[in-house]
Design a protein around this ligand. Structure first.
Ligand code: HEC
Length: 145
């Protein structure tokens, strides 16, 4: 039950993201949105394996986790400048609490990097999704509209 709920929550994270970039005029904002979409796509790979939609593949799962870690490592730089766009969902608090924002990126990076060397079975994916999802949520709750 817990596993189903977690997967559902994570699926909701992606809802509406597909078309969100059309009409973004600020290139800096588009770059950070693209990076977040990349994280979203990697989460989707893990989520589909966790649900059994795709067959478990250790190499692909670890690569997706490594991709999330890489994007997370690049997140602070992409958000460093206080850039805005009418399409952006970033909250102004990012730039008043930037140290905390960086900490939340590093939290995701650490979890994803760990998973990129430890995921070994389909059963690991439920736990992986839960810890990654909690990390996404912690930052989105504070810094995304
Ligand atoms: C350190 C903070 C932080 C973390 C961690 C984080 N995000 Fe985000 N995310 C944001 C912010 C801020 C935005 C809004 C950016 C904007 O619109 O300018 C965003 C936007 C998004 C978007 C929408 C992108 C678009 O098309 O506009 C998706 C999808 C997304 N995040 C997925 C994830 C997933 C999945 C995770 C976890 C694996 C995650 N994020 C972790 C801060 C974070």
């Amino acid at each position: 039950m817990m596993r189903t709920n977690t997967i559902l929550c994570v699926a909701l994270l992606f809802a509406g993201a597909a078309f969100a970039h059309s009409g973004v005029k600020n290139a800096a904002v588009k770059a950070r949105m693209d990076a977040m979409s990349g994280i979203g796509a990697e989460m989707k790979i893990l989520g589909q394996m966790a649900k059994g939609v795709t067959v478990f593949d250790q190499t692909a799962a670890r690569a997706a986790a490594a991709g999330i870690a890489k994007h997370a490592a690049g997140t602070p730089v992409l958000f460093e400048a206080d850039e805005d766009d009418p399409k952006s969902e970033a909250k102004a608090e990012i730039w008043t609490n930037f140290d905390d924002f960086v900490k939340k990126s590093q939290n995701l990076e650490g979890i994803a990097a760990g998973l990129s060397t430890t995921i070994a079975s389909e059963a690991d994916l439920g736990i992986a999704m839960k810890s990654l999802g909690a990390s996404c949520h912690a930052c989105h709750k504070a810094y995304r509209e």
